[in-house]
Structure formats: C-alpha cells, structure tokens
Design a protein around this ligand. Structure first.
Ligand code: G3P
Length: 217
C-alpha cells in the first residue's frame, strides 16, 4: 500500500520523509490555506522534496475554469495530480483533463457510485473520505470496500486513495482491503510508527542491559 502524507506543512513533510515510507502527498484548499503561503509556492516546495504524486485541488466550481486551473496546476511540476471534487462540473473537468493526459484525483467521494462515475471519467485516483462518513454515523470503510470491489469487477486502473483517516485502525482496514493508497495526516502517521509497547519494551531491555554493566563488543 502506498502511504501519502495528507498535509501542506513542509516542516512535517521534511520530518516524515526521514522515516522512509512516504510515497506522495495530498493537499486540499483547507490544508493549503492553513500554511498562509502562496498556493503555487507551497506546491513547488513539496514537489522539490518528494519524488511522488502531489495532489493539488482546483478551487473553481465550473468545468471550464476547473480545466484552466487544472492545466495551470499541472504545469507547476510533472508530479502534480489535479484534484477535482466529484460534482457534475468536477466530473466534466475530470473527463477533459484526463483526455489531455493530466492525472486527476477525484475527491470528496462519499459513495461507491460516485467513485464508479469518477473512474468512468478517467480518474487516476478516487478519494473516499472515510473519517467524514464515520463522523455522521456511516461506516466509511464499507464505502472503500464497495469501491474496491466495483473497480476490480470492471478492471478499472483507477487507484483507490483512502482519505480522511482519523486513526491507525483506519490505516489497518485500508491495508486489509487492499487499497492502493492511504493518505495520512502527520499525527496518524506518527501514531502507527510509534507503538507504546515498543517504547516500554525497549526501555526494559536497556535498563536490564545497563544493570548488567556489560559492553556490547
Ligand atoms: O485531504 C483530503 C482528506 O484527507 C481530508 O480529510 O476529513 O481530515 O479533512 P479530513
């Protein structure tokens, strides 16, 4: 499973890259707005830091403008993947962008049929938002499971990029389902890598070792 960092904080990205398992980055207008920096500047910096797909979302709501923005974003760097919301206009823009050879990550997906529609429009990635479904009492992972099954049924090459992940169990379930990508906020990524029992076990090993007053070699 590919692991992307879900965020636009380049300090967090720099730290996460040292952990050796980041395959790409996803951003969205909220995450980029939080940086307080120009959109294009942050995206260019992220693309210079990681050699993998970097999702950047359009902010227009009508297809012609989405197309213009998508082409402009794609010109920033070869690794840019244009994010379009799964609205009617977003699907039109996805079809037009993918016909121009521009990769699209269709986002804000909350049902498997939205994912099917996006795949039919040529999406390279579909992003079901698990956490936001869970937040309203739906089982977000069921949407992922249904989406995986539907895309496999018809041999779509569209990758399922599981998003809006709130905790390690979301990451575990996404991996068990065979999702192509999970995009994790920095805190969740750190949570899955720093297990409390590992910390406790190592402390005990080292305490016993130091008490033995031995040298390693
Ligand atoms: O960036 C897309 C998605 O991962 C954001 O999810 O619900 O944490 O804002 P959320």
């Amino acid at each position: 499973m590919k692991i992307f960092l879900d965020g636009a904080d380049t300090g967090e990205l720099r730290e996460a890259i040292t952990w050796g398992l980041i395959d790409g980055v996803t951003t969205n207008p909220s995450l980029l707005a939080k940086t307080g920096r120009p959109y294009a500047e942050v995206l260019a910096e992220i693309c210079s830091m990681i050699n993998g797909p970097v999702s950047a979302e359009v902010v227009s709501t009508q297809a012609p403008q989405m197309l213009e923005e998508g082409e402009a974003l794609a010109r920033l760097h070869p690794n840019i993947v244009v994010k379009c919301p799964v609205t009617l206009e977003g699907l039109k823009a996805t079809a037009a962008l993918s016909k121009r050879g521009i990769k699209v990550n269709v986002t804000l997906i909350f049902s498997p049929l939205q994912a099917l529609a996006a795949a039919k429009c040529g999406a390279s990635y579909v992003s079901p938002f698990v956490g936001r479904l869970d937040d309203i009492g739906h089982d977000g992972m069921t949407t992922v499971e249904q989406t995986m099954r539907i895309l496999r049924n018809y041999n779509y090459h569209t990758e399922v990029l599981v998003a809006s992940l709130r905790n390690p169990l979301h990451v575990l379930k996404a991996a068990e389902l065979g999702a192509h990508v999970a995009t994790l906020p920095f805190n969740v990524l750190r949570q899955i890598l720093c297990h409390p029992l590992t910390e406790v076990g190592l402390e005990k090993f080292l305490a016993d070792w130091h008490a033995s007053k031995q040298k390693i070699v």
